[in-house]
Design a protein around this ligand. Structure first.
Ligand SMILES: C[S@@+](CC[C@H](N)C(=O)[O-])C[C@H]1O[C@@H](n2cnc3c(N)ncnc32)[C@H](O)[C@@H]1O
Length: 292
């Protein structure tokens, strides 16, 4: 079987992706090569030569990435915490921006300890990213996740099945609206930790083609000010949390103080604090429930 060097193909790909306006051409060119070869990106140097079939497959993927198809739709996976999730058309791609919110949730669970199984709820779960990453890190947790969109929910079910097959504690998925006054009524006042990355982008925002053309619009937009889902969801959060239970809600980088103000205006929360993401942008607000 004849083989050709990989390096020139990667250099060619970097140039094509840069010309197409892809934000991280080097990383994406290498990650696609690693995907085709079935190796970790760090081990690409160990595969200097590739078959003609591999080269053709690589060039096809690079061409699609140059059309601004998201990298994760081409590789089929995205990461959250220590897990990989299957993603594709019809579901939001989990973002690195959410990793610090996830780390915050694990720290909350660590504080609660291991004596009783903590109850965790993920509102607007999409692919199941936060719920499944929590279940993976804390097998003792009783994890529930809510999603409105049947297509996103089918991705979450697929991921939940896969991770349970690999030995993780199964989570429970609920189809429903996080603003519904009856959603998860059986857990009223019983939840220890709530995590949520809801739709929060203000409608007029300018987005990259990867986002605008490939993430479901219902996953992205939160009305004119980005708060259409967050605003009513705070009532759901207040109803579900036990006294002392905590919540983290991700938000647009333009409205951290608005989300903090919504928690303050409710009157049933204390320890309200704004947190940045890995890029230093305002990204999530946390709060603790206090019952009057
Ligand atoms: C930004 S995505 C986040 C998905 C996931 N939490 C993550 O971090 O990858 C928001 C998700 O909320 C869902 N969603 C939108 N409005 C909702 C609502 N009112 N109730 C439940 N889910 C909703 C969308 O379908 C989408 O899957």
């Amino acid at each position: 079987m004849s083989r050709v060097p990989l390096r020139p193909a990667i250099l060619e790909a970097v140039e094509a992706l840069r010309t197409a306006g892809v934000h991280s051409p080097q990383a994406d060119a290498e990650l696609l090569a690693a995907h085709v070869l079935g190796v970790d990106r760090m081990r690409l140097l160990l595969v200097p030569m590739v078959t003609l079939d591999q080269l053709e497959e690589y060039r096809k993927l690079v061409a699609r990435r140059a059309e601004r198809v998201p990298l994760q739709h081409l590789t089929g996976t995205a990461a959250m915490g220590e897990i990989d999730l299957a993603v594709g058309p019809g579901v939001f791609i989990p973002r690195p921006e959410t990793e610090l919110l996830f780390a915050w949730a694990l720290a909350q669970l660590e504080e609660i300890g291991h004596e009783h199984p903590p109850v965790v709820v993920d509102l607007c779960t999409g692919s199941g990213a936060l719920a499944l990453a929590v279940a993976h890190a804390r097998p003792d947790a009783d994890v529930h996740a809510v999603e409105l969109d049947p297509e996103a929910l089918s991705w979450a079910k697929r991921n939940a099945r896969q991770l349970a097959d690999e030995g993780d504690t199964p989570i429970e998925l609920h189809e429903g609206d996080v603003t519904d006054p009856a959603i998860l009524g059986q857990f009223d006042g019983r939840v220890d930790v709530i995590v949520s990355n809801p739709p929060y982008i203000p409608e007029a925002a300018q987005l990259d083609p990867e986002v605008m053309d490939h993430d479901p619009h219902r996953a992205l937009f939160g009305g004119p000010d980005g708060l259409d889902v967050i605003r009513p969801m705070i009532t759901t959060i207040a109803r579900l949390l036990r006294d002392g239970g905590t919540v983290a809600v991700e938000h647009d980088d333009t409205n951290g103080s608005d989300v903090a103000a919504l928690f303050a205006a409710h009157g049933g929360f204390t320890d309200i604090a704004e947190h940045p993401d890995l890029a230093g942008k305002p990204r999530f607000v946390v709060a603790r429930r206090i019952l009057a």
